[in-house]
Design a binder for this molecule. Sequence first.
Ligand SMILES: NC(=O)c1ccc[n+]([C@@H]2O[C@H](COP(=O)([O-])OP(=O)(O)OC[C@H]3O[C@@H](n4cnc5c(N)ncnc54)[C@H](OP(=O)(O)O)[C@@H]3O)[C@@H](O)[C@H]2O)c1
Length: 160
Amino acid sequence: MVSIIVAIAENGVIGDNNSLLWHIREDMVRFRTLTTSHPVIMGRKTYESIGKPLPNRTNVVVSRTVSAIEGCIVTDSLEKAIGMFPPQEEIFIIGGAQIYRQAMDLADRLYLTIVHRPYEGDTSFPLPDPGQWLETSRREFPHGEKFEYPFTFIDLVRRR
Ligand SMILES: NC(=O)c1ccc[n+]([C@@H]2O[C@H](COP(=O)([O-])OP(=O)(O)OC[C@H]3O[C@@H](n4cnc5c(N)ncnc54)[C@H](OP(=O)(O)O)[C@@H]3O)[C@@H](O)[C@H]2O)c1
């Protein structure tokens, strides 16, 4: 099973200059809780923005230019990355924009965080088409413990 996990500003922006634009502790905890002990697949640029393999997860980096990264499996296609794991395993696509775009048609589940504020950035991702996705869970936060703007966690499954 292929899941996408992504945090999106209300204007679709997800990053700038190869970094995230916000630090929301609650979102980091959600990301860690959902992905720990599952494989995570990311593009080479997202790997570089994180800078190290995520602990307690099999880290797969997709790249056509880099062939080895310590602590990660590197492969030259998204399909090969997904094909490394049995279908019953929940695999998380963790970005960035190039990889999300290619994974959208392959994904069964979406774990979204919507940050209710526009951001300026060079990387964006379209909000999902509600006709294709069924919402299964929603949690709204008026603000975080240390983040002053509202945000929402939304889980979706593909309509079949
Ligand atoms: N808000 C969020 O939830 C979130 C999550 C993750 C990332 N981000 C942000 O997204 C931005 C990075 O996204 P991005 O779109 O620039 O880069 P990316 O998707 O992380 O990585 C792109 C790289 O992946 C490789 N790649 C892509 N498609 C491939 C394919 N089909 N086969 C083989 N390799 C492939 C290429 O690497 P090579 O050039 O080495 O061939 C390409 O340059 C950053 O700002 C980051 O902070 C945001």
